[in-house]
Design a protein around this ligand. Structure first.
Ligand code: IVH
Length: 668
């Protein structure tokens, strides 16, 4: 090593140490001036010798990169979310569930704050931070490495030298930083962020990394699994700490559920004192080798749960009740409220669901009402307060006509909701297009509701097929206010790209009643072409899970409408793909697609690994063995599920046979 290189390494080491002490340990070793002057020295040397800049240099933390867009990245293992507990009883049930699965194993818990930020996955290759990816939909996230590299408490280099080391955690903004940013924004006359979480999300998704660098994002890490070397979550936390990651100091190992509840109370008491927002407490089984035993539902691990703090309830005046119409024509009633601070945001609108909801609770305009945030997101009116003025207020009357097109509203038999039956109702069309372009449907970026409204008002898009003609109006679109050349070009590109989607996205996007994402997937995997669904024998569907008469009736009705068939033909002529292309590659197998699987016992990889593969083939992975189960994939130490499968004559396969199943009989 040359003298200069050695000198640089020494400076870098010092700066790493100082910055760890400052940003992670909150115990500064030197004052800011000393840090800055050494950093300046490094910048100077690196500017003169750019060949000596390494990706782990502290100088790489300052932003400076502007991207066009974020690349998509497929997580190696999906980023799951957690099921919720709202009280002690839920926590005890969680414990009972685990106890049942445990047979003779001892288990314990780890309890830590649930940080109200955004989950992030950090990938280190040979000790160097190489990728940082958002959760996205859990399977595909966005590569936000350039922004994450600006986070001072995230090390660019760690001592773990594995070629693949993944650590997960939460990016957040402290309350102090949040206030600072909003103060600055109000001085600049810019719109304020609603809460620290939104501000952090807005920052992480900035294409210009200088913005992230200026905003002091922070991150707690809470997930690292390398079962070869680490046996428990507590140990993994100590390990992350030794790798110089920022670990939350309120995490605690608890030996039983009573201790868990006690520590949850303790964390709740600390909540208002903390300099970052938490929205609950996460409880995890501590022993990694029990994860598989406890298992997963289709969405969540069963070895962890998020205890959510009770929703805050406030009272405010109900100023008005007004109906709105959605894409299916369903009427939702909304409340205009006198602004009130609720769980970190100013609330001035809330949902009242349907007319029956309002009538049952006797909610009246002018009344003082209780409001809360349902699931901490959408505010909801709970009930009115019956004060001395209440009787003077007029009782609520349900709407009789569509607020948008004035058609007389209808009700379906046995349904509480009212519907606008007008096929040409402008709001229904706009909402239908919004659904059509949404992420799980055609995934056309750049068509926000505002843009759709604008295109609709200017007669560019009056129905779905018009989206694919937009390319003929490029110049006119650029002229539309605020659209601009760049965004129009991006939009047209996104539209062209969407034509190549596998057909389940289009089928879901059509917005047929009762056809959700999963149903669309199952049907298209089986029938391969949307147009083929037109004349199939629905009795066949008995074989497909979860598809009952309500769904088939709705689909049959949709296809019996000639204009819908015409639309599909037009889309096909426009180059939109109507066929199944497979989710990842083309995966179909007679023995797997549409079959029911149960997974049990210890396998060479987490259960989710197998589940993901099976689902790629359109199989369904369920929790318990029944007569309907087609296969039990059993690892070693399989317990009661294996016994039950034997009793019911379910085909039992081991990992080797599973591999043959996917390798050997993959027909495409
Ligand atoms: S563990 C499979 N621990 O909460 C387990 N999550 O609904 C993965 N979160 O998406 C999550 N603090 O973004 C875990 N200490 C913590 C957390 C935490 C916040 C977030 C995370 C996750 C969501 C779960």
């Amino acid at each position: 090593m040359t003298e200069l290189k050695k000198h640089i390494e020494e400076i870098k080491e010092k700066l790493h140490q100082w910055s760890h002490a400052y940003y992670v340990l909150d115990k500064p070793m030197v004052d800011d001036l000393e840090y800055d002057s050494l950093l300046k020295e490094l910048i100077k040397i690196e500017t003169q010798n750019p060949q000596l800049i390494t990706s782990d240099s502290p100088t790489q933390k300052v932003g400076g990169i502007v991207l066009d867009k974020f690349e998509k990245y497929q997580h190696k293992t999906p980023m799951l979310s957690l099921s919720n507990a709202f009280n002690d009883e839920d926590l005890k049930n969680f414990n009972d569930q685990i106890y049942k699965e445990m047979e003779n194993n001892n288990y314990s818990f780890f309890v830590e704050p649930k940080i109200d930020g955004l989950s992030i996955s950090l990938i280190y290759s040979n000790g160097i931070l190489s990728k940082a990816v958002t959760r996205g939909d859990g399977v595909f996230g966005e590569d936000v490495t350039v922004n994450v590299k600006t986070i001072k408490s995230i090390p660019l280099k760690i001592a773990n030298q594995l070629d693949y080391c993944e650590v997960r955690g939460e990016v957040f903004l402290s309350k102090k930083e949040f206030d600072k940013i909003n103060h600055q924004r109000s001085l600049n006359g810019e719109e304020l962020f609603a809460n620290p979480r939104n501000a952090a999300a807005g920052t992480l998704r900035q294409l210009d990394s200088n913005i992230a660098a200026s905003r002091n994002l922070d991150a707690f890490l809470y997930y690292y699994m390398d079962r070869e070397t680490i046996a428990t979550h507590s140990e993994s936390m100590r390990y992350l700490d030794s790798m110089k990651f920022k670990i939350n100091s309120l995490g605690k190992h608890c030996t039983n559920i009573e201790e868990v509840i006690e520590h949850i109370h303790y964390i709740s008491e600390q909540r208002s004192e903390l300099d970052y927002e938490i929205d609950g407490v996460v409880v995890k089984v501590d022993e990694f080798d029990l994860y598989e035993k406890v298992g997963y539902t289709s969405k969540f691990p069963k070895w962890a749960i998020a205890y959510k703090f009770p929703a805050e309830i406030k009272t405010t005046k109900l100023l008005n009740i007004f109906p709105t119409v959605g894409r299916t024509g369903r009427i939702t009633y909304n409340a205009a409220l006198e602004p009130v601070q609720l769980a970190g945001t100013t609330v001035q609108a809330a949902t009242l669901h349907n007319a029956d909801f309002i009538i049952d609770r006797d909610i009246r305009v002018g009344a003082v009402v209780k409001v809360k945030k349902a699931g901490d997101i959408i505010p909801e009116v709970i009930e009115p307060i019956i004060d001395k003025d209440f009787d003077t207020l007029e009782k609520f009357q349900e709407a009789t006509h569509c607020p948008e097109c004035n058609f007389i509203l209808e009700r379906f038999e046995d349904e509480v909701d009212q519907y606008c039956p007008n096929k040409e109702c402008p709001r229904k069309i706009i909402r239908a297009i919004e659904h059509f372009v949404s992420r799980d449907a055609m995934n056309i970026e750049g068509l926000s509701i505002k843009i759709i409204e604008k295109l609709f008002a200017n007669n560019f898009v009056k129905e779905i097929k018009d989206i694919f003609n937009l390319k003929n109006f490029k110049e006119q679109l650029i002229q539309l206010d605020k659209m601009g050349e760049k965004s129009v070009t991006n939009l047209l590109e996104a539209i062209e790209k969407s034509k190549l989607n596998s057909a389940e996205k289009l089928f879901f996007g059509l917005g047929i009643r009762h056809v959700g994402k999963k149903t669309a997937q199952l049907l298209i995997t089986k029938y391969k072409n949307i147009l083929d669904l037109k004349d199939i024998d629905w009795n066949d569907l008995e074989e497909i899970h979860d598809i009952g008469p309500t769904v088939t009736k709705s689909i049959t009705k949709w296809f019996s409408d000639k204009t819908n068939i015409e639309m599909l033909h037009t889309l096909e002529e426009q180059g939109v793909n109507l066929k199944y292309l497979g989710q990842i590659g083309t995966k179909f197998s007679d023995s797997i697609t549409n079959k029911n699987f149960v997974i049990t016992g210890t396998l060479s990889k987490p259960r989710n690994h197998f589940k993901t593969i099976l689902e790629e083939y359109g199989a369904k992975v369920i929790d318990s063995v029944s007569k309907k189960t087609d296969y039990l994939l059993a690892g070693s130490e399989a317990g009661s599920k294996l016994e039950k499968a034997q009793k019911l004559n379910v085909t039992i396969i081991d990992e080797q046979e599973f591999n043959n199943l996917i390798g050997g009989k993959n027909e495409n």
